[in-house]
Design a protein around this ligand. Structure first.
Ligand SMILES: Cc1cc2nc3c(=O)[nH]c(=O)nc-3n(C[C@H](O)[C@H](O)[C@H](O)COP(=O)(O)OP(=O)(O)OC[C@H]3O[C@@H](n4cnc5c(N)ncnc54)[C@H](O)[C@@H]3O)c2cc1C
Length: 421
C-alpha cells in the first residue's frame, strides 16, 4: 500500500506551488528535495529580496516570456500574478510593488518567501523529505508506477498515482538544480531542446578592468550577430568583474550567448547619448569649446561622460590622452561624436551556468499539454518550472512561470488522482 498519492520532485518555487495546489484538494503529497532545505534558489533571488512576480497584464507580461509565451497563457490565467500576490498575502507575506511593476516581500527578505511557503505546506499536511535525491522514475505501459530516491545512502521506493518533475534547470547548480530533470525526461522518451545559460554576464574582447563597478544609466544597446542587428534595448548597464551585466546587459544575453555558442561573430554597439542626435552632440561639444577654449581631450570628455569611463573610452577608440581639441578640430570632434553614439564592443565569451540566472531551453513544449502541464507521452506525469523550455527576462517573470506552471501541474495531477479513486 502506497503512503502518498502524488510525488513531486524538487522543493523549489514550482514544486512547492504544485504541492500547495494538490494538497488543497485533499491529495496526500510527498515532496522530495535533494538539498538539506527547501527553496535554496528562491533564497538567493532578487539579490536576497526575491522579486516574486510582476504586476503587468498578460499582453505586456507575455512579451517577456520565451520562446513561446502562448504556452504559458493557460497556466498564467489559472494562477496569475494577481493570484500570486493574494496567495502570498493570505499565507502571511505582505508584498510591495516597486519600480518596473516588480513585486517583493514587504520584509525585503527572500528567506521569508520560503519560510512562509514551507509553513503553509506543513499546515496542509504535505510531507517534505529533505536530502532525498530522486534517482529513477519507473514506468509500465507509459504510466509511472514508482519513484526511487536515495536518502542518507539508503534506497527508498514508493508506488504513486502521479508524479510532477519540478527539478529546475542547470543555472546555479549549487542550489540543487543541476539537470536531473532532463535525465528523467529523456528516459521517459521526452525530447529536449538545446539548453544554454541566459541572463548572464557577457565578456568583451580585451575587457578593460578599469570599467568594473561602473553603471551607465539610460543608454541604448544594440546587439549584432553575424553583422546583423538582432536586438535593441534602452536602460542601464553594469560593468562588473564578469563583463557586461545590469538590466539590459542581461536582457541581450539570451541571444548573445546562443550566438557565441554557435560560433558566430557577436558585438554590441552602445549609444552613450541616446537622447541626442549626432548633430546635437556636435553642437554641445562646440558650445563647451566655445565657452572654455581649447581643451585636453580628457577634460572635454569629463564634461560628457562619467570619470570612470573616460580612460577606457579613449583607449577603446584609439584616441591619445594628450590630444587637444579646439572648436575648429572638426575631424577630432567628429571622431568623438561617432564614438559616443556608436561604441562598438566585441563580445568574446560569457559566464556559464555557475552564475547564470536562468536556463534557456529544456524539456520540449511540443510534448507537454499547456492546459494541464501533463506529459503527452506518459499518462500520469507532469512538469513544472524552469525544467521545461520556458524562460523570461528579469523582473519577476521567471518565478511567475514557476508558480503558474507549478500550480497548474498540482491541480491537474490532483484531478487525475481524484478520478482514479
Ligand atoms: C541568482 C538568481 C536570482 C534570481 N532572481 C530572480 C528574481 O528575483 N525573480 C524571478 O522571477 N526569478 C529569479 N531567478 C530565477 C528563479 O529563481 C527561477 O526561475 C526559479 O527558482 C525556478 O524555479 P523551479 O522550481 O523551476 O526550480 P528551482 O528553484 O531550481 O528548484 C528545483 C528544486 O529541485 C531540486 N532537485 C533537483 N533535482 C532533484 C532530484 N533528483 N531529487 C530531488 N530534488 C531535486 C533542487 O534541489 C531544487 O531545490 C533568479 C535566479 C538566480 C539564480
Amino acid at each position: 500500500m502506497s503512503k502518498h498519492e502524488l510525488i513531486i520532485i524538487g522543493a523549489g518555487a514550482a514544486g512547492m506551488l504544485a504541492a500547495v495546489a494538490a494538497a488543497q484538494k485533499g491529495i496526500s503529497v510527498l515532496l522530495l528535495e535533494k538539498m538539506e532545505k527547501a527553496g535554496r534558489k528562491i533564497r538567493i533571488t532578487g539579490k536576497g529580496r526575491c522579486n516574486i512576480t510582476n504586476t503587468k497584464e498578460w499582453d505586456e507580461f507575455s512579451g517577456h516570456i520565451y520562446p513561446k509565451s502562448r504556452f504559458l497563457k493557460p497556466a498564467f490565467y489559472n494562477f496569475s500574478n494577481v493570484q500570486t500576490i493574494s496567495f502570498f498575502e493570505s499565507i502571511g507575506l505582505p508584498v510591495v510593488i516597486e519600480r518596473g511593476d516588480r513585486v517583493y516581500p514587504e520584509s525585503g527578505r527572500s528567506e521569508d518567501v520560503v519560510e512562509s511557503l514551507v509553513r503553509h505546506l506543513t499546515s496542509l499536511g504535505v510531507e517534505i523529505s529533505y536530502n532525498s535525491k530522486v534517482v529513477d522514475i519507473i514506468t509500465k505501459d507509459s504510466i509511472v508506477e514508482r519513484v526511487v530516491w536515495l536518502k542518507n545512502g539508503k534506497r527508498h521506493e514508493e508506488v504513486v498515482k502521479a508524479v510532477i518533475i519540478a527539478t529546475g534547470g542547470l543555472a546555479y547548480p549549487l542550489t540543487g538544480s543541476d539537470g536531473d530533470g532532463y535525465v528523467f525526461a529523456k528516459k521517459l522518451n521526452h525530447s529536449l531542446t538545446k539548453c544554454w545559460p541566459s541572463l548572464t554576464a557577457l565578456m568583451p574582447r580585451n575587457y578593460i578592468t578599469g570599467l568594473e563597478g561602473l553603471t551607465l544609466k539610460n543608454v541604448d544597446i544594440e546587439l549584432y550577430v553575424g553583422g546583423e542587428l538582432v536586438q535593441s534595448e534602452r536602460g542601464d548597464i553594469d560593468f562588473t568583474n564578469n563583463g557586461i551585466e545590469g538590466p539590459i546587459g542581461l536582457k541581450i544575453s539570451r541571444k548573445a550567448v546562443k550566438a557565441l555558442i554557435n560560433g558566430e561573430k557577436v558585438y554590441t554597439v552602445i549609444d552613450l547619448k541616446p537622447a541626442l542626435t549626432e548633430e546635437q552632440v556636435t553642437n554641445r561639444i562646440k558650445r563647451e569649446l566655445k565657452e572654455r577654449g581649447t581643451l585636453q581631450i580628457w577634460n572635454l570628455m569629463n564634461l560628457l561622460l562619467p570619470k570612470q569611463l573616460i580612460s577606457a573610452f579613449l583607449f577603446n577608440n584609439k584616441i591619445k590622452t594628450e590630444t587637444s581639441v579646439g572648436i575648429n578640430d572638426e575631424k577630432t570632434i567628429c571622431l568623438i561624436v561617432k564614438s559616443l553614439k556608436y561604441w562598438k564592443i566585441d563580445l568574446e565569451s560569457y559566464t556559464s551556468y555557475e552564475r547564470a540566472v536562468i536556463t534557456a531551453g529544456g524539456i520540449s513544449l511540443d510534448e507537454i499539454v499547456s492546459k494541464s502541464m501533463s506529459s503527452k507521452l506518459v499518462l500520469n506525469l507532469f512538469f513544472a518550472g524552469e525544467v521545461i523550455d520556458l524562460d523570461a527576462d528579469t523582473g519577476g517573470y521567471n518565478l511567475q512561470i514557476a508558480f503558474s506552471t507549478g500550480y497548474l501541474a498540482g491541480s491537474e495531477a490532483a484531478h487525475l488522482i481524484e478520478k482514479s479513486r
